[in-house]
Design a protein. Sequence first.
Length: 295
Amino acid sequence: MKSGFIVILGRPNVGKSTLLNYLVGTKISIISPKPQTTRFKILGVKNLPDAQLVFIDTPGVHNARSALNKYMVETAIKSIKGVDLVYLMIEPEDFPGEEYPKIMEKLRKIDIPVFLVMNKIDRHSEDQIKATEQEFRKLFPFKEVVKIAALTGKNVDLLVTKTKKYLHEGPEYFPKDMLTDRPLPLLISEAIREKLFLRLGKELPYSAAVNIEEMKERKNGVLYVRAVISVARESQKGIVIGKKGKMLKRIGTEARFDIQQIVNKPVYLDIFVRTEKDWPKFEEKVKKLGYRVSD
Ligand SMILES: Nc1nc2c(ncn2[C@@H]2O[C@H](COP(=O)(O)OP(=O)(O)OP(=O)(O)O)[C@@H](O)[C@H]2O)c(=O)[nH]1
Ligand SMILES: [Mg+2]
């Protein structure tokens, strides 16, 4: 039996969460076309007959300014601690410029194998893929370079096979039926946050946090959930709620569908919107809304 921890690192939007979900075979991490969707370190377990692979999805590393973004980058960088293998995920259109020095600096200080995982090969030319591979190979002695499409699963089996080669004999860290370390309220709040990312315009998702304030099963078997969306400005409240409450209703309906899949029972979802003035800018407020760096 082999086992080990593998962290997926990269700039925002490269497809880290898509890969985690594909590997585990269940939707654990939320996904959106917008960068900086993931805010937490999220663990996903893949059980094989001869191995247990524990993958860690992380927020995208970028040049952070606000307290929230700094927390996200710190969370990602700290996730390297204690792992057996690192996937540095890139896209064929990337250059080793802006976002990468911070990750590279960290990778050079540690003594664990690093794979270059080039994602989204389904939508780029062979020439571009090769050119980018060459540029990145100059940066670091990657143990393996694997080109995949996490969306379709192309070459993900190959990635798993290569990964197993670098892991050691070890115990199963998690029971077979445990696919993630995320507690239920967090999976629920994330399902709601995903809909905010998918349904709301450019800036608003970045000013929104979701917290579950109450969760209890009623006698009739329905799970009652009270969630609060915190936004950064009073004017954003109206946008989330929408004309005659239409937007909030849509978000609620879509999130409820996902939550019911997670808990496998009917759900009554009550969502409130509150203003926490300029919260992403202030460390204390960011922490209060649940974003704190853990080990
Ligand atoms: N064409 C294509 N799109 C992909 C692939 N993998 C992911 N995507 C898309 O890329 C976008 C970002 O995917 P995510 O998985 O949320 O990316 P991420 O790296 O987790 O992003 P952050 O959490 O913001 O750091 C989504 O729209 C995905 O559907 C792929 O292999 N091919
Ligand atoms: Mg993500």
